[in-house]
Design a protein around this ligand. Structure first.
Ligand code: NAP
Length: 280
């Protein structure tokens, strides 16, 4: 039976470290500052933004929240970002996605000063991650690396299989595993014989976005299985990609959904904001 990796616990430990470092930084100057911008009234995004605000308060950060109307023009949003780029109290700027369709998200991310891009989505930061010379790591993959580290496993030399190749999860995930000296295979919807590839994985990361996608027959006995998926099942219940009941019988470690990768993502955002504060 697999050991369940408790993402809430790992996240709480990290937040405590961030809180105590913030106290020291504050007494020597100013608190790390995060600005979160939401355009429109998407209810899920409103929850994410208020969770980020609460998380900032919990660790002692300064935060600003901008709630802009749905019909905000791209140039107005970019003007706000430019103002925040030169605000000395702000170390991190985050524009909650998705943005309304009339706004080009790439232009928005591109407008953020790379040293304040705490999501690490801008082309400059993506390039830095690619060459392995980066300070700000993409939050979800960085959180996965922390979860793997919490098992005491050294990624070096391990066969790592990532299912999914998105810009926010799959691709940066593969890069971080590669920088940790894993031997990495990336799978996607055109991959042939997926099961035969996933069965080679010592570390299997699933970021597909489909419930019940990863079954026991796809998993090598003893593997570490990280489930990034966040899906709703037929009853509206939050569920991952992995069939937890059967895979947990053969894996060595496994993340649950909820309570695995999810709690790490905001924590890594806080960590990036603290890092950005130190850079500034
Ligand atoms: P995405 O952009 O939709 O990417 C999904 C990936 O899965 C794509 O690369 C796709 O391949 C691949 N895929 C789809 N069907 C497949 C199949 N049959 N076999 C193999 N690969 C297949 O999604 P995402 O943004 O990366 O997110 C993935 C999941 O993670 C979602 O459930 C999302 O909600 C969750 N997520 C969770 C967190 C968190 O904090 N826990 C953060 C971000 C995302 P192609 O490229 O060929 O289409």
């Amino acid at each position: 039976m697999a050991v369940i990796i408790d993402g809430k616990l790992v996240a709480a430990r990290l937040r405590e470290e961030i809180r105590s470092e913030t106290e020291k930084i504050k007494s020597a100057g100013r608190a790390p500052g995060l600005a979160v911008i939401l355009v429109g009234e998407d209810p899920a995004s409103q929850v994410y933004v208020s969770n980020k605000e609460k998380a900032c308060a919990e660790v002692g950060f300064y935060s600003e929240k901008y709630l802009l109307p749905e019909n905000t023009e791209e140039k107005e949003l970019i003007a706000l970002i430019k103002r925040l780029n030169s605000d000395v109290n702000i170390d991190g700027i985050l524009v909650q996605s998705p943005v309304p369709k009339h706004i080009n998200y790439e232009n928005i991310v591109d407008a953020i000063d790379p040293s304040k891009d705490v999501d690490a989505f801008s082309p400059v930061n993506v390039g830095r991650i690619m060459i392995g010379n980066y300070s700000l790591a993409p939050c979800t993959p960085a959180g996965v690396m922390e979860l793997i580290a919490s098992t005491g496993t050294d990624v070096s030399g391990k066969n790592c299989v990532v299912i999914g190749r998105s810009n926010i999860v799959g691709k940066p995930m593969a890069m971080l595993l590669m920088h940790a000296n894993g031997t990495v295979t990336v799978c996607h919807s055109k991959t042939k014989d997926l099961k035969n590839i996933t069965r080679t994985a010592d570390i299997l990361v699933s970021s597909v976005g489909k419930p019940k996608f990863v079954t026991a027959e796809m998993v090598k006995p003893g593997a570490i299985v990280i489930d990034v998926g966040m899906n709703r099942d037929e009853n509206g219940k939050l569920t991952g990609d992995v069939v937890f009941d059967e895979v947990s019988k053969i894996a060595s470690f496994i993340t649950p959904v909820p309570g695995g990768v999810g709690p790490m993502t905001i924590t890594m955002l806080l960590k990036n904001t603290l890092t950005a504060r130190k850079l500034h």
